[in-house]
Design a protein around this ligand. Structure first.
Ligand code: ATP
Length: 565
């Protein structure tokens, strides 16, 4: 199939704002797509060049793509940059400058060339990437160049996301959107749209139901609900419960097969190279043929006492890893098991999973141990445990159902896990993970930085980021100073399509929704200024910290703030 077909679909998607229309456009395409192209076409339509969990990216920024455009078009780089500044979009810039060649390339050609660009690494790789992309540009039409440029930087701007693609696959191959629930489940266990497209095309719902868990394929993490009162926990969870310390670190999924170990973050990134010490501990202390474990990795001091999340974030690095292994030791606290010796445990109850987890942990020490927990339904005992955890610096506790139906719900925030944090117990508001979408320039003493950041919550239904508050306090002087530099690469010319803001909301700068910050708020009130949940806003927000472990779509949702109001 010609790549032009994909371009036609992307163009149609870009023209419509309706989710249903987008679903129908995609479904029509999928029905006619030859089997041999389906996988790659699905990735490209999702704006990717691989599955979500493999997360292959070209590693090219706007700046590098502009150099390829200059090379391919024979124009002066300065002129290319000027056009880019005027247009504010890398795709439209490429479209204007790249020649009008006939569309000859196939989906396979483009997909493979983009993956080759992604593969280039090490010394001189930037130049290689620029040249390879310029060569690709020389072979395509203006329209093709537009979408290739956007694919390369990872911003499709069509407004359709993974959810629309799942809807379209359900409609195209089963005739109705009813199969979406099963598709969602499968997607959480195997986050790979291309793979799922092939499965559903070949074997319909049966194919989707057969999707399983395996080594080196991270599963989306199960999440916890919040409650407004302590008593509500007992209405939501029946019978005995496991009450566990809530660690303030980085979620870690551990995959073991023989002597191979892989570690994945909550965003499904492969973080194995950052934690050679965790890998060593897992090899020594976990005994089984193969397993997949869930836990939280925290920075600890030499006595094994927990340190702040911010300390752990220094371990997020490509270089000097060994030095930081020494400088910032960590401990992995395990609390779940999803797979053991060839068998999925996702559908087993939590007590069964925990029993299996205990059986594989052969040794516990300050490098790896089971999470602190008690099993009870006694309110006083739970309060005592909670207070003990808070005293030693924990965020709170997680309370987990032990009922027969307490399965591992991958990618879902359900009532089987409930979090109870210090803030709730003190009658304070919870913290919010908000997406930075705009910036207001600072005045007077703050003129070197932003005075406040326009922040949004995520609406899973409309797939938009709705503005919720402006955050101006809580930053240290150092953080303020670094803010303009940190946000620079996310600046965009106009309000991104994915941001839902009132017309009169006019920040000095718009940002591509990428950076997530944790914010403490005093109260949620009605406000005519913001769009969240039809006009809710957070009052007196205070910046607490950056959340690099969360992607924009993993921010607090509109549904959550409605529940918290
Ligand atoms: P928060 O911002 O409150 O940490 P979150 O949005 O990051 O919340 P939640 O699902 O609300 O995530 O809370 C669960 C998170 O708490 C998990 O993602 C995990 O990283 C962390 N956690 C710490 N200790 C545990 C534990 N014992 N069991 C499960 N999750 C735990």
């Amino acid at each position: 199939m010609k790549f032009k077909k994909i371009v036609d679909v992307l163009e149609e998607l870009e023209k419509t704002g309706s989710n249903n229309k987008m679903r129908d456009i995609l479904a029509d395409f999928f029905q006619d797509c030859p089997d041999s192209d389906l996988k790659q076409a699905t990735y490209l339509l999702a704006g990717r060049i691989s599955s979500e969990y493999r997360g292959v990216v070209t590693g090219m920024s706007d700046k590098l793509v502009l150099q390829s455009v200059a090379k391919a078009s024979g124009r002066d780089l300065k002129k290319v940059k000027k056009i880019f500044r005027k247009k504010g979009d890398i795709g439209e810039t490429a479209e204007e400058l790249i020649g009008r060649r006939k569309e000859k390339l196939s989906v396979k050609n483009v997909f493979e060339e983009l993956n080759e660009i992604a593969e280039a690494s090490g010394e001189g790789s930037q130049d290689k990437k620029i040249i390879s992309l310029a060569e690709l540009f020389k072979k395509v039409s203006s329209k093709e160049a537009k979408y290739i440029a956007r694919l390369v930087v990872g911003t499709m701007r069509t407004g359709s996301g993974d959810k629309t693609i799942l809807d379209a696959l359900a409609v195209a191959f089963t005739g109705s959107a009813d199969a979406r629930k099963e598709l969602d489940k499968a997607y959480h266990v195997h986050p790979d749209l291309g793979y799922l497209a092939e499965k559903i095309a070949k074997r319909k719902l049966k194919g989707i139901k057969s999707v399983g868990i395996s080594f080196k394929r991270p599963v989306k993490a199960m999440l916890a609900q919040r409650v407004k009162s302590f008593d509500e926990i007992f209405r939501k969870i029946r019978g005995k419960m496991a009450v566990e310390e809530k660690y303030d670190g980085e979620r870690m999924q551990v995959h073991v097969k023989g002597d191979r170990v892989k570690l994945y973050s909550r965003r499904l990134e492969d973080i194995s190279s950052q934690y050679p010490d965790v890998i060593k501990a897992v090899k020594k202390q976990i005994k089984c043929d193969s397993c997949i474990l869930d836990g939280e990795c925290c920075a600890v001091d030499d006595k094994g006492r927990l340190l702040h999340f911010q300390v752990l974030m220094q371990r997020r690095r490509k270089y000097n890893v060994e030095k930081y292994v020494e400088k910032i030791p960590v401990c992995l606290f395990l609390f779940d098991l999803l797979y053991l010796d060839g068998k999925s445990y996702l559908q087993k109850s939590y007590p069964e999973r925990y029993k299996a987890l205990k059986s594989v942990v052969k040794k516990q020490n300050n490098k790896l141990k089971l999470a602190n927990r008690i099993v009870t339904r006694d309110k006083e005992k739970i309060k005592k445990f909670f207070n003990r955890m808070i005293k030693k610096g924990a965020e709170g506790v997680l309370i987990k159902s032990m009922a027969d139906d307490s399965v591992y719900k991958a990618g879902t925030r359900g009532w089987l896990w409930i979090k109870w944090k210090k803030e709730y117990a003190e009658g304070m508001m919870d913290t919010f993970d908000l997406v930075v979408v705009g910036g207001f320039k600072g005045k007077g003493r703050r003129s070197y930085s932003y005075g406040s950041l326009l922040c949004a919550v995520y609406d899973t239904k409309s797939k938009k980021f709705d503005t919720f508050t402006k955050v101006g306090s809580g930053f240290t002087d150092k953080q303020l100073k670094e803010l303009p530099k940190k946000m620079k690469k996310f600046k965009v010319k106009e309000k991104p399509k994915s941001v839902n803001a009132r017309k009169d909301m006019k920040p000095d700068v718009w940002f591509k929704p990428s950076v997530v910050i944790e914010v403490l708020g005093a109260e949620i009130t009605k406000s005519p200024l913001h769009t969240a949940a039809g006009g809710l806003a957070l009052r007196f927000p205070r910046f607490l910290r950056y959340r690099p472990d969360k992607s924009a779509k993993q921010a607090t949702t509109v549904k959550e703030i409605r529940q918290m109001k």
